[in-house]
Design a protein around this ligand. Structure first.
Ligand code: ADP
Ligand code: MG
Length: 453
């Protein structure tokens, strides 16, 4: 029996004794990476998973191993990318938990280079309610008939209410209908940055080509071009050219066009040319529907009264709603028993009060360093070694998402790095997390530490 077969039998055994969610969480992307006379080395994707497997499942794994290969006495672990590269542990259960949406489009999506669209953000996963009815309908209309009816489509609303999700859904839907079409998704900060570096490196023709030859341009959080005059000038021309050629433009912002200060009037009025649609805070039923949809997708069971409790208590930000649900799921998987309402209340109470805790770059970095088991010094200093780069990028990502820190401020904290390095790191983590459950879970666990403990 080779290593792979050996590990498969262990996994088969673990699979029947654990819930599917639990099994996937801990054993996805694990593999046997080495075997000597009396020891076996298991490759696991993260330190956290190593700890968990060795504390909770070690004896059970050893028991199974001994039945097949009695000479094995010791289990060693190797933390790192290698395990992920040899995914022997893609058992039936592990792959079943992936979205069953195995359409050719999805395959095509996965096959091609990342175009900035999060594969999870589709219309299918977007729950509609009174709060987002108009924005959703306009988005569907635009993706089916781009460049005609509503151009630009301008979606605005508070943080965490689904603007980015909806915008990506438009891109996906358009690409499904127009194979080979070109969609470009950027944040307005990325646009600014590309423009500035185009100027500096004298590559304006490339910049123009990149932005003006697309079929659909999605610019997220357009309010951030406020105060940047030359960027606005460039965006004005990009906008005009695309629109003149019947190409669709979608913009999002945290407020309606007329309330964005520091933007030229001629841009504001263009933003209002097409359709301006708002997203409001979801009502209780919509919040519950969102939670139910997420639970169904994740293939876990959470009690109805627990879900109601979350929906009643987290009212104005869907990202937080999701975050609360994720923490409860992680907790449930760790304890390996259903979450009671009492437990949930305790965890959420901590979470809600923790929101008021003042985060700092230092606190975030400390949690990240602790989680990945590296020193603060290694996290902050210049080393480019892989085992430090990823945690550093994770810390940058969390600083951005949780504190809204500016790229330069984060760069400053991390040993005076350039803001473009930070932006690249944040983007990278965002992209990987969009497709990789393990990283997503690591982020949740770090947040858990940050807020709950
Ligand atoms: P925004 O861009 O408005 O800050 P996002 O689009 O990033 O918000 O949404 C935050 C999170 O909430 C995302 O994970 C998104 O999938 C989820 N979300 C938002 N609205 C909905 C919805 N109507 N249905 C399902 N998930 C939603
Ligand atoms: Mg957004």
């Amino acid at each position: 029996m080779n290593n792979q077969q050996l590990w498969q039998s262990v996994l088969g055994n673990m699979e029947v004794s654990l819930s599917r969610g639990n099994f996937t969480t801990w054993f996805k992307n694990t593999a046997v990476v080495d075997r000597s006379d009396d020891a076996i080395t298991i490759g696991v994707p993260s330190e956290f998973i190593r700890k968990w497997i060795s504390e909770k499942f070690q004896s059970e794994i050893l028991k199974v191993l001994k039945q097949i290969a009695p000479e094995i006495r010791e289990i060693k672990y190797q933390v790192g990318q290698k395990a992920a590269a040899e995914p022997a542990a893609q058992t039936a259960a592990a792959s079943k938990t992936e979205t069953p949406e195995a359409t050719p489009y999805r395959e095509q999506q996965e096959a091609r280079a990342f175009d900035g669209l999060n594969p999870r953000y589709t219309f299918e996963t977007f729950v509609t309610g009174k709060n987002n009815e108009l924005a959703n309908a306009a988005s569907v209309a635009v993706s089916n008939n781009p460049g005609t009816q509503y151009n630009p489509l301008f979606i605005y609303g508070g943080v965490g209410l689904g603007k980015t999700h909806l915008m990506h859904a438009v891109g996906h839907q358009f690409l499904r209908k127009n194979r080979g079409g070109k969609v470009l998704y950027v944040t307005s900060e990325k646009f600014t940055n590309d423009y500035v570096s185009g100027l500096q490196t004298k590559q304006m023709p490339e910049f123009k080509k990149r932005y003006r030859t697309v079929d659909m341009l999605l610019v997220d959080d357009i309010q951030f071009i406020s105060g940047k005059e030359t960027t606005q000038e460039e965006f004005f021309h990009t906008f005009n050219e695309l629109r003149d050629r019947g190409k669709q433009i979608v913009l999002t912002s945290d407020r309606p066009p007329k309330d964005i200060t520091g933007i030229e009037q001629r841009l504001i009025s263009r933003f209002e040319w097409g359709m301006v649609a708002d997203i409001q805070v979801p009502d209780l039923e919509t919040r519950l529907a969102i939670l139910n949809a997420k639970v169904a997708k994740k293939n876990v069971r959470i009690d109805d009264e627990v879900l109601s409790y979350i929906a009643e208590n987290i009212t104005n930000n869907i990202r937080e709603l999701e975050g609360a649900l994720n923490r409860l799921i992680v907790q449930e998987q760790m304890e390996n028993k259903p979450m009671t309402l009492e437990n949930a209340k305790g965890i959420l109470a901590n979470m809600l009060s923790a929101k008021k805790k003042v985060l700092s770059l230092k606190k975030i970095s400390m949690s990240v360093a602790e989680f990945y088991n590296i020193s603060m010094e290694d996290l902050l200093k210049q080393s480019r070694r892989k085992e430090y780069v990823k945690p550093r990028q994770v810390a940058m990502y969390l600083a951005r998402k949780e504190m809204g820190s500016s790229f330069p401020a984060i760069g400053e904290f991390f040993g005076g790095r350039d803001h473009t390095t930070v932006m690249h790191g944040v983007e990278k983590i965002e992209n990987i997390a969009a497709a990789n459950e393990v990283l997503k879970q690591e982020l949740d666990l770090i947040l858990d530490k940050l807020y709950v403990n």
